[in-house]
Design a protein around this ligand. Structure first.
Ligand code: ZN
Length: 289
């Protein structure tokens, strides 16, 4: 009997088994996260209990890391952040542009940032997948809220389409496809043609990827069981228009290769080394005299 994919331990290229098992667990988690229920955020979770301590001479309230970045974070999983490059439009203008089935609360963070709090997952997803919305000539960039949210930094986590050309047709089902793309990021949904099975030449799936992680241009898909040794093939995975993210500035819109700040830094360093070199020549000249 064929083993299900979840029990398949080491990927074909993995050299370190324990690492691959840990990664596999992460992929399993990634696949599960889609269906967790939304907790009550008005009260919070009564199981979360902070400790009081002393930190650098100050009274400190300490939360458990896995609760602060888990249970508590989940309570805001339907919150998106809308960022404008310059001053944002009026809240009612933003509200008009956000079409939802349920309710959305718009909170003002500052003159160019708003928080969008949804009451259901479908609305939150529909809006987030747009990545940007144009309102009165201003572009609102959307990102998922996280406990590490910083006004001056953009989140490198974005939803993008991943194309899987010539993926075997029997893999064009959500349960299989989400396992195939899990190493790339969190699988979100298939496109309509894949779902309706009307484009057998290629599957297309939306995946939440982290732009700071290396891009995966292919995945190795294999089969094995007791009577059949492992064999497989390389499946291409193409990212459709991934946005650029600068790891130096920590913002979307340009890559580190196009970063002016990095160029500036290099030029400054050049000037400094240039100066010190001319200093040396000067001393040498003086020395020879
Ligand atoms: Zn930059």
């Amino acid at each position: 009997m064929a083993r299900p994919m979840e029990n398949h331990t080491s990927p074909a290229t993995a050299s370190n088994e324990s690492q691959s098992i840990q990664e596999k667990d992460n992929y399993a988690k990634v696949i599960q996260t889609n269906s967790t229920p939304i907790p009550n955020k008005k009260y919070g979770n009564s199981n979360v209990k902070a400790l009081y301590a002393n930190h650098d001479g100050k009274t400190a309230v300490i939360f458990e890391t896995r609760e602060f970045y888990g249970v508590m974070e989940d309570e805001c999983k339907l919150t998106l952040v809308g960022k404008f490059i310059k001053t944002r439009p009026q809240i009612d203008k933003i509200s008009e542009k956000i079409t939802v089935q349920g309710k959305v609360q718009i909170g003002v963070f500052d003159y160019r940032t708003v928080f969008l709090d949804f009451d259901n997952e479908d609305d939150c997803k529909t809006v987030w997948y747009k990545r940007l919305i144009e309102i009165e000539g201003h572009v609102m960039w959307l990102e998922k809220w996280s406990p590490d949210f910083k006004l001056e930094e953009d989140s490198p986590v974005v939803p993008i389409w991943v194309l899987l050309p010539e993926l075997p047709f029997h893999c064009h089902s959500w349960h299989y496809i989400k396992q195939i793309v899990a190493p790339l990021g969190t699988p979100l949904m298939m496109d309509l043609a894949t779902e309706n099975r009307t484009r057998p030449s290629m599957a297309k799936v939306r995946v939440e990827i982290n732009l700071t992680k290396p891009k995966m241009n292919s995945i190795w898909i294999g089969t094995e069981d007791k009577s059949c040794p492992r064999k497989g093939f390389t499946q291409k995975s193409e990212y459709e228009n991934p946005p650029k993210f600068c790891t130096n500035c920590k913002i979307l819109g340009h890559s580190i290769l196009q970063c002016r700040r990095v160029d500036q830094k290099k030029n400054e360093e050049k000037e400094v080394t240039g100066n010190s070199q001319s200093d040396k020549t000067e001393t040498n000249e003086k020395g020879t005299k």
